[in-house]
Design a protein around this ligand. Structure first.
Ligand SMILES: *[C@@H]1O[C@H](CO)[C@@H](O)[C@H](O)[C@H]1NC(C)=O
Ligand SMILES: *[C@@H]1O[C@H](CO)[C@@H](O)[C@H](O)[C@H]1NC(C)=O
Length: 305
């Protein structure tokens, strides 16, 4: 009788240990958000990733969507290239070859840890030829100096003539302006109300020979980020991620935290945890021991009944 009871409680203990040590959802910092893998410096919530990114990039826990938020709105993140340190976002108010939409523009916060990638090309559409400052920026009598990239004006021609959605509304090509981020200056802002344009289109990584095929362009905005002034990946975070942890930080002190599977935090990596667990219960930390052992306990409980 007492043997039966103690074996059942041993089984429960073993089951909970196994459950706790393998159940990943207990890890406060997720390693994916929907289809997108999450690695440093991005994080899925407070205390995850790099503190400078937490305010701008969030993962909706129910929808599992990764979103960039700036003072101009919220934008779905479509992918992240961690090797190139690039983030790709879409703007639901942006026009593409398939449809035109009115927009207020797009802006980054001046203190955000990322900037426009050089590959991003903005095309301002339906701008007022007489009033838009992109066509007449200087009013000191020296004549009209356009802020648009004239050498790339073929982009306007292709967009206006090869895209049905745009050609249907019958705009003049002269209302189009190719605006590269360099021209955006330090304001990080493309305010279409100020620029007197009614919509815009953005795309990145225009491949060779693709210029005349606006239906194939990658519509969206490419952003780049840096880890720090020297742009070095923090070594402690590398070993945390290699040990199956997620890099995070203490919300009070901002100091580094490695969030390990099972929800335990360390200041280094999760190998440390596995090592100390195997010192306490040497054979518990090995899965090939855990599985047969659990079945053996189940079998024992059945036999004793
Ligand atoms: C571990 O760190 C994460 C991220 O900083 C935090 O959300 C969580 O509360 C911490 N857990 C413990 C047990 O301290
Ligand atoms: C107008 O402004 C531009 C740029 O600031 C300057 O180069 C130019 O000399 C100015 N012209 C006159 C007439 O002030």
């Amino acid at each position: 009788m007492s043997l039966k009871r103690s074996s059942s409680s041993f089984f429960i203990f073993l089951f909970s240990f196994f459950f706790l040590s393998s159940h990943v959802s207990l890890q406060a910092c997720q390693k994916t958000c929907g289809q997108i893998p999450i690695k440093y410096p991005l994080g899925t919530g407070s205390g995850c990733g790099d503190p400078r990114f937490t305010r701008y990039i969030t993962c909706d826990p129910d929808q599992q969507t990764l979103t960039l938020t700036t003072h101009t709105g919220s934008y779905p993140i479509t992918s992240v290239d961690y090797a190139k340190q690039e983030i790709y976002v879409t703007d639901p108010s942006m026009s593409t070859c398939a449809c035109t939409r009115p927009s207020h523009g797009f802006g980054l916060d001046w203190d955000a840890p990322f900037s426009f990638h050089d590959d991003t090309v903005f095309t301002l559409l339906d701008c007022s030829v007489d009033e838009s400052p992109v066509f007449t920026p200087l009013s000191n009598g020296s004549g009209r100096v356009s802020l648009c990239d004239r050498q790339s004006s073929s982009i306007c021609t292709f967009l206006y003539s090869n895209c049905r959605a745009i050609s249907l509304i019958n705009l003049q090509v002269s209302t189009c302006c190719v605006y590269v981020p360099l021209d955006l200056g330090p304001s990080f802002e493309m305010d279409l109300n100020k620029l007197k344009c009614s919509s815009y289109s953005g795309f990145y990584n225009l491949g060779p020979g693709q210029e005349s095929h606006p239906e194939n362009w990658n519509y969206g905005i490419a952003l780049k980020y840096k880890f720090n002034v020297f742009d070095e990946y923090p070594g402690v975070c590398g070993s945390c991620e290699r040990s199956n942890g997620a890099c995070g930080f203490n919300t009070q002190s901002s100091s580094f935290v490695c969030n390990c599977p099972g929800g335990i935090n360390t200041t280094s990596d999760c190998f440390f945890l596995y090592n100390s667990a195997s010192i306490l219960v040497p054979w518990f930390s090995r899965e090939w021991v855990m599985y047969p052992l659990s079945w053996f306990v189940v079998w024992m409980v059945m036999v004793l009944r």
